[in-house]
Design a protein around this ligand. Structure first.
Ligand code: NAD
Ligand code: UGA
Length: 474
């Protein structure tokens, strides 16, 4: 029997693609169409080479693509036909005008709302999947209602923020800690909540489906990301203190993590958190706070970002000072460019700031990452710098990048002739390399700077490496 209920999703990105694939997999009675203005992306979703790498995603897509899961650029047809429309477009930080560097840029969201309004002739439930500032639903409601030519069409807006993490998206979607649905108090609002809860109830246990009012759901998403990022900045701040005192940050993390009130997750010290969301969502939270006159609250959260920038800068300074105060003309092997393991995503990866810092001191960076393409590395390193984004300055030309950066497809080629290896992503494969072979091919003294604390430092030292690890005694 053909599905009688139709869901459309605007935005076929890291969230829209996997989320809708999981809905299609678990709801054979629902037709799911994922839409994007980027035709290349849609083509890729319809091909054997999906546009994003995510463990387990290919199998899910293979099972339901063409059955009840479709990827299309025909927004008019599918938005008009849909009963429920998810909006999962990008909501980056504004780069110019009022609020530049902090406020969320809702241009894409507004564009999506206008697209819906232009074609709607039947009632629609519009679901905020993107992460947005509190009260966005109110603004979107205005755009929808005032632009729809058919006054009899009704729109119910729900907030259903997504909590998946990249690299574990499929697992997170299969069994999320919770699904959060915020909606209006009216009868229609409550009915819309029930309809979305029915979709998730196809595979999520009832007790994990949490319903709230709209504003709580919107704010819970920003708060969750802010608190997760805060944990990382907290442990990173302690890593600096450990280096100064002889304490070991992993031992400290273990000791405090056994306190059930604190917990052990998200306590890995790192060269800094990256990814498209943590920084942007904290900045957004700060902007919202400032907008309602809560300057102290904004200042408090801003420190999480400040500490993250400090950690990246501290790593660069550590590399330079350890290597006799200069890395000029030294070949540095960069192990890992993605913002975390198991993804090819480089948005806001700490590797960008670290490489820029090293290049600014004259280094030659040779990058190896199992999933990031050379084109992406060059694009990231030469992208324009925004004042608000990179506090430490970046004025290198594209030519400087092409002359001093190399991207290779093999870790051994990466380290050959290098003075140091810098581990910037925690890819599992980094643990199993033949470090004796790497050492033998490097310039001596050979350094390793473990920005993720994933390697066996004692074993490396016995080979002859000089090892620096975050928050660890030398
Ligand atoms: P993305 O950039 O990967 O995807 C967004 C897509 O929306 C792009 O392909 C873009 O072309 C498309 N788009 C923009 N405007 C459009 C329009 N008017 N019509 C059709 N398509 C349009 O972004 P993402 O990483 O999937 O993030 C989407 C949202 O989800 C953001 O608000 C983000 O904060 C939030 N989020 C992301 C993650 C994550 O892990 N990436 C997790 C949770 C929440
Ligand atoms: C994060 C959140 O974990 C998701 O719940 C949320 O949905 C998502 O942001 C979002 O809104 O976009 P993601 O950024 O994909 O997910 O990945 P995380 O696992 O949270 O890692 C973020 C960054 O923190 C990475 O650079 C990672 O290496 C770093 N990290 C993480 C640490 O440095 N230490 C840790 O202990 C954990």
């Amino acid at each position: 029997m053909a599905p009688s209920y139709k869901i459309a999703c605007i935005g076929a990105g890291y969230v829209g693609g996997p989320t809708m694939s999981m809905i299609a997999l678990n709801c054979p009675d629902i037709e799911v169409v994922v839409l994007d203005i980027n035709e290349e992306r849609i083509k890729a979703w319809n091909s054997e080479q999906l546009p994003i790498y995510e463990p387990g995603l290919e199998e899910v897509v293979r099972q339901c693509r063409g059955r009840n899961l479709f990827f299309s650029s025909d927004t008019t047809k599918h938005l008009a036909e849909a009963d429920m429309i998810f909006v999962s477009v990008n909501t980056p930080t504004k780069t110019s005008g009022i609020g530049a560097g902090k406020a969320a840029d809702l241009t894409y969201w507004e564009g999506a709302a206008r697209m819906i309004a232009a074609v709607a002739t039947t009632p629609k439930i519009v679901v905020e999947k993107s992460t947005v500032p509190v009260k966005t639903a109110e603004a979107i409601s205005k755009v929808l209602k005032r632009n729809c030519t058919d006054p009899s069409v009704t729109f119910e807006i729900l907030s259903n923020p997504e909590f998946l993490a990249e690299g574990t998206a499929i697992e997170d979607l299969r069994m999320p800690d919770r699904v959060l649905i915020g909606g209006g108090d009216s009868e229609a609002g409550q009915a819309a909540i029930k309809q979305l809860a029915w979709v998730y109830a196809h595979w999520i246990p009832q007790e994990r489906i949490l319903t709230t009012n709209l504003w709580s759901a919107e704010l819970a998403k920003l708060t969750a990301n802010a608190m997760l990022a805060q944990r990382i900045s907290s442990i990173n701040s302690i890593s600096a203190l450990c280096e100064a005192t002889g304490a070991d940050v992993q031992q400290v993390a273990r000791a405090i993590g056994m306190d059930s009130r604190i917990g052990s997750k998200f306590m890995n010290t790192s060269v800094g958190f990256g990814g498209s969301c943590f920084q942007k969502d904290i900045l957004n939270l700060c902007y919202v706070c400032e907008g309602v006159g809560l300057k102290e609250v904004a200042d408090y959260w801003m420190k999480v970002v400040t500490m993250n920038d400090y950690q990246k800068q501290r790593f660069v300074e550590r590399v330079i000072s350890a290597m006799f105060n200069t890395v000029a003309r030294k070949r540095l092997a960069i192990f890992g460019f993605a913002f975390k393991k198991d993804t090819g995503d480089t948005r806001e990866t700490p590797a960008i700031d670290v490489c820029r810092g090293l290049l600014a001191d004259g280094a030659k960076c040779v990058v190896y990452d199992p999933k990031v393409t050379p084109v992406q590395v060059f694009r990231d390193l030469s992208a324009p710098k925004f004042e608000w984004d990179r506090p430490h300055g970046w004025g290198k030309s594209e030519r400087h990048i092409t002359e001093n950066v190399q991207v290779v497809a093999d870790p051994y080629a990466c380290a050959e002739g290098a003075h140091a290896i810098c581990v910037l992503t925690e890819w599992d494969e980094f643990k199993s390399y033949d470090y004796q072979r790497l050492y033998d091919s490097m310039v001596k003294p050979a350094f390793i700077f473990d920005g993720r604390n994933v390697l066996d430092h004692e074993a490396l030292r016995s080979i002859g490496f000089i090892v620096y690890a975050l928050g660890k005694p030398l």
